[in-house]
Design a protein around this ligand. Structure first.
Ligand SMILES: Nc1nc2c(ncn2[C@@H]2O[C@H](COP(=O)(O)OP(=O)(O)O)[C@@H](O)[C@H]2O)c(=O)[nH]1
Ligand SMILES: [Mg+2]
Length: 404
């Protein structure tokens, strides 16, 4: 009997041990039960179980369009310092889609790497559409300014009847923009005021851009920094002869200015670019000012302001049809040192109807140019660029004869 009891005690003890073991093992399995049974997202590196082949396409919603996401690529901006510089465009609201094209060219070939600001000026208010589209296209800040009326109207010293008569005569003679009042305000504004607009006072350097221009080659360096580092004040890409009918008395007004303000004339100037007879007559050569990279402080200097004021009072912006291109060019050639002018041979450019396509095939290939070298205007008889080379004793680029 005692043996049976001991035997039963052993069985009860073994059962208790088994029950205890069961509880211990089931409580330790609580932790492992916390592991996710499937991955539901987040940054964890835990891989998600793969659905059977083909199942994902059935369950995931399809994208509604091509994933052309602007955040997919890192920004290709240059890491270097920036100059105190801006693009500047004078435009009407109706110029929107033509200036949009120009902005794309400038951004794609240059500014996407540098993100410089862009100032838009207008004699009217820019509308919301103009601001919305241009600000989306420019990689830098955009600013929109209205031109004060006193900078876009007839000054009180102008005889309006005389000006109206001239417009009639020029219309008869079919002189381009000959009968336009707004074109005359535009030329006068670009000659004497844009650099004094409050939005422009923040900057030292400008690059002028007009509607419908094209850039044909990559520009892989900061052109503003180049100007500053090389002590340049004014630059161009195309030069040509001005229509004589639009400036019959401009040179007389210039001579009047140089006689009154001899202190403003630079000794080492580029008179030979402007004149074949040491200043007696003007040969009508000028830099085409729809493209300009230049120094705003120079335009704001006493010398330039005296020059502009003197020409303005001569009345030729209204009694003739003086363009801002010869006005800027004559100032740059006479009031700057020769070496302060620069020809940007590497900036391939188009403004109707002329093209500057850099001479030299290897350069064009290296810079992904898409201009036809046959369209290059530089060595054409109507261009003044060869004269610029001669004025500065510069060697013409290899192969230029082929483009003539
Ligand atoms: N706000 C404004 N801009 C003008 C006016 N006329 C011309 N412009 C701008 O002045 C610049 C020169 O005019 P454009 O028509 O290109 O002249 P062109 O290059 O000499 O044939 C361009 O940037 C035009 O957008 C005008 O009446 N108002
Ligand atoms: Mg133009």
């Amino acid at each position: 009997m005692a043996g049976t009891q001991r035997y039963l005690r052993y069985i009860v003890f073994a059962l208790v041990c088994l029950i205890l073991l069961f509880f211990i093992s089931s409580s330790s399995s609580v932790t492992s039960a916390n592991w996710p049974s499937s991955y539901t997202g987040g940054d964890s590196a835990v891989p998600s179980p793969q659905p059977p082949h083909g199942k994902e396409q059935q369950t995931e919603p399809k994208p509604s369009s091509t994933p052309n996401n602007d955040k997919a690529l890192p920004p290709a901006t240059d890491a270097g310092e920036r100059m105190n510089a801006t693009f500047v465009t004078l435009a009407r609201n109706s110029d929107l889609w033509e200036i949009a094209k120009s902005i794309r060219h400038v951004e794609d070939r240059f500014n996407r790497k540098f993100n410089y600001d862009w100032v838009f000026l207008n004699d009217d208010d820019f509308n919301d559409e103009f601001k919305k589209v241009t600000s989306a296209l420019v990689s830098g800040k955009t600013k929109y300014g209205k031109i004060p009326e006193e900078h876009w109207s007839f000054p009180d010293f102008i005889d309006q009847d005389r000006a109206a008569k001239v417009r009639e005569e020029m219309k008869e003679k079919k002189i381009i923009y000959g009968d336009s009042i707004s074109y005359r305000h535009m030329c006068r504004y670009e000659s004497g005021f844009f650099f004094r607009h409050p939005l422009m006072l923040d900057y030292e350097w400008y690059w002028r851009v007009e509607p419908s221009i094209e850039l044909y080659c990559d520009i892989n360096y900061d052109t503003f920094k180049f100007m500053a580092d090389n002590k340049k004040k004014y630059s161009f890409v195309l030069s040509l002869y001005e229509y004589v009918e639009t400036i019959p008395t401009l040179w007389d007004a210039v001579k009047n200015f140089t006689a009154t303000y001899p202190q403003h004339i630079e000794k080492d100037n580029s008179m030979t670019f402007l004149s074949e007879d040491d200043g007696k007559t003007y040969n009508h050569c000028h830099f085409w000012s729809n493209f300009e990279i230049g120094n705003l402080n120079w335009l704001r200097s006493d010398a330039y302001i005296d020059y502009f004021t003197s020409l303005d009072h001569a009345g030729g912006f209204f009694y003739e049809r003086w363009g801002d291109a010869p006005v800027h060019s004559i100032a740059a050639a006479l009031m700057l040192k020769k070496e302060e002018l620069h020809f940007f041979n590497d900036i391939a450019y188009y403004h109707v109807p002329f093209t500057h396509c850099p001479t030299g095939e290897q350069y064009r290939l290296d810079h992904k140019c898409h201009c036809n070298p046959k369209d290059n205007f530089d060595w054409n008889g109507y261009s003044c660029t060869a004269r610029f080379y001669e004025t500065n004793n510069m060697k013409k680029p290899e192969g230029y004869e082929k483009d003539q």
